[in-house]
Design a protein around this ligand. Sequence first.
Ligand code: BGC
Length: 787
Amino acid sequence: MKTLKNALIATSVAVLSVGIAPLTKAQQSFDVKKVVSSMTLEEKASLVVGKGMQMDPSVKQTAPVVGHTDQLVPGAAGISASFPKYGITPMVLADGPAGLRIEPKRKNDKATYYCTAFPVATVLASSWDIDLVKRVGMAMGNEVHEYGADILLAPALNIHRNPLCGRNFEYYSEDPVVAGNIAAAMVNGVQSQGVGTSIKHFAANNQETNRNTVNNLMSERAIREIYLEGFRIAVQKSQPWTVMSSYNLINGTYTSESYDLLTTILRDEWGFKGFVMTDWFGGLDPVAQMKAGNDMIMPGMPKQSTAIIEAVKSGKLSMQELDRNCERILNIMLLSPHFQNYKFSNHPDLNAHALVTRQAATDGMVLLKNEKATLPIAGSVKKIALLGNTSYAIIKGGTGSGNVNAAYSIDLLQGLDNAGYKISPSLKESYLNFLKAEKAKLPKLSANDMMFGHITHIGEMPVNQAKAAILAAENDIALITIGRNSGEGIDRKVDGDFNLTKKEMSLLTEISAAFHAKGKKVIVVLNIGGVIEVASWRNLADAILLAWQPGQEAGNSIADVLSGKVNPSGKLTSTFPMSYKDVPSSKSFPGIELPNPHPKAAVSDFLSAKPAESTYDDGIYVGYRYYNTFKVPVAYEFGYGLSYTTFTYSNLSLSSNTFSNAITATVTIKNTGNVAGREVIQFYLSAPASSLDKPNEELKDFTKTSMLKPGESQQITFTISPRDLASFNTAASSWIADAGTYTVKIGASSRDFRQTATFSLPTEIVVEKAHKALAPSRTFNELKPQK
Ligand code: BGC
C-alpha cells in the first residue's frame, strides 16, 4: 500500500485555488491528477458516491459498511469514500446552519459530545452584522474541527419567498443581498478554522411540500435576480469548499442534474472552485448528475455507482467527465482535517461559545413595538407575571437537520431569574404542572417524525378573566411569550400557525384587559422561527420583542434585551405582512400536485412524494420588492427595527452626479438619544424603468455602525458599482444598467428613507454578459406593475 502511495508523490504542486492556508507537505506531494488516473473505474465510481448510510433496500446489509459515518463521528450526516492505498482519506460531512449536529452520546462511552446551539439563521441575519456572523462561524467551525468533522453542511440561504416555508428559520432573508453577504460571512468564519462549508440548497428550495419532486416554473430574470443572486455573492466573497444542490427541479430539470446551473452558471460565470454534492437522496439520475457537474451523490447508494460504471462502459458518460468530478472532490479532500491527520480533541470550548451565542442572539432580536418606553423594563418593576408555554419551555431552534444537540437551553423563566426578576411563583407552578400534564398526553413521535417536521404543539393554558385580574393585582407587569416551531419536510399552515390560535388570542385579550385596567404594561416576546401575523393583536401589547429562536442561551439573551443590558439593534430581514393573503406568492404557494406524473417526476425508492409544480408567478416581486412597488400596506416592513435610542441621518453626499465606473455615497449617522446603541444603515437604489419593469427600490448594500455613545456620530461610505445598477435582461442574457436617473436612498428601513440623492447614467452599460440558461419550457403570467 505504502509503495503505491509513494509512487504517486507528485513532482508538481496540485492546483488548489480554494485553499486558505499555505499548502502543507502532504498536500504538496499529493498529485490529484495522477491519483485519479491510477484509479480503476470502480474506484472512481465509488469515490463520487457517498458512503455514509446504507439505506438501499435492494442491497441486503450483511455487514457494517466500510467507512460508515458512525465509525468516525456518530450522528454526522454523511461521509465520503476513502482509499488508503492512494492516501485518499474520508471526509465527514455534518449539519448544519445553527451549529454542528452530531450524536451527543455514544455507545459504551461515558463522555458527551454536545455542541453549541447557536441562534438560527434568521436571527443571525437580523443582526445585519457581518463581523458578528463571522465570529459565530468561527465558533461553529471550531466545533466542527474539534469533533472530527471536515465539512459543515451550512449555511443555508434560500430565499424567504413565502412565510409558510417550514425551513425559513434555517434561511436568512427575503432579499438576496442580505442572504448572500451574511452567508459569505458565515462561510469565511467557519472556513477560517480549517474546515469546509456547503452552501445550500442550490437553488430555489423555497418550500417543503413535495420538496423532492416539485418543479419550479420560474422566469430567467427571477432566477437570476432573486434566487441565484445570494449564492453568487456567497461564492464570490467566500469560495465555499462545496455547494449542495437542492431537491427541486427548476424549469423541468432537477437542479442536481442541471449543467446550466452547476457548470455554466456556478463554475463558468461565477468561478466556483470546489465540488458540488447532492442533497440527501436528491435527484434521480446519477449519470445526469455526473455530467451536470454534481460531483458527489449523497448519502450514496451502491446502485448509483453501478449506474455510473455502466454509463462509462456504454459511452453515455465519458471517463473525462468522471475524472473531472473525482479531481474536484480530491482537491477539497486535500484541505480537510482528516487528510491532514488532525488530532481533534473532542473538547471544543463550549463555555466560550455559549458567550458567543448569548451575544449573537441579542444582536439579532428585533424590537417591533415599544409604546411609552415600556422597554427596557423599568427599575420599579419587581414582579413579573410570566405567561405563555414557551416562557417555560423555550424553543431554541427548529427541527430536522437544522437541529443541534445542545447540552442545555435556558428558558425565559431561568433567564429572567438570572437577571434578578421575581416571577409570580403561583403562575410558575401552574405552568410547570400544566406543561407536564399536557406533555404526557402527546403522542410519542418516532425519530423519523421528529426529524421531518412533525411538531407537537401544546395549546396555551387557559387564563380566564378572574385569574387575569388576580395576576394584574399581584404583579407589576405581564410578559407573554408566543412560540412557534417548524422544520424540514413540512410547511407551516395559515390557521393556528401563521395566525395565532384561539387560545393565544384569548390569553392576550384577557391579560391585556386586566393589566391595562390597572395601568400596568404588557410585553409580548415572539419565540418564533418564521414570520407570523401580528396586525390583528399588536394593539393588545405595549411592547413586542421579536426574539426569534435564539439558540441555547435563549432566556439569558432575551433577558439581556428586556432589562436594557443590551440595546436592541436587529432589523427585519423579511416583511411582516398585514395578513397571509397579502403575500405575493400566497396564491401559488406551494403549487399543485400533478395528476399525471410527468416522466421526470418519479422519485427515488425512499421518498414517496408526489410530482408537483409550483409556478413562481410573483417573478422578481418577492418581499419588499412587491409590497413597496405595489403599495401594499404591511405590519412591519423589511429593514424595520426599533432601538432604545434614536439616530439621525445627515449630509448624504455622492462623489459624482454622473456615473461612469463607480460612485461613493457618504452619510453621517448620529446617536441622538440617551443610551449607547448601534444602527443598521441600509443602502437602496431606485433604477429607471426601461423596457424592463423595476422594483421601486432594491437593497444594494448595508452596514452597521459601531457602538455609538449618546451624541456620537459616525460617517458611513458605500461604493456603488456598475453591477448595483444592473438588472437581468432576459432577451440579451445580460446584466444591463439602463441609462437614466438613479436615486440613492439611505434608509433606516425599506419604508423609512432618511436621505436621498440622485445621479445619472448617460448611456446604458452592459455590465456582464451571461449565458442563456435555465429557460422555462413554457410561458406563464408573471406579476408586473402597471405602467
Ligand atoms: C437536508 C439538508 C441536510 C441533509 C443531511 C437533508 O434532508 O435537506 O439540508 O444537510 O439532509 O442531513
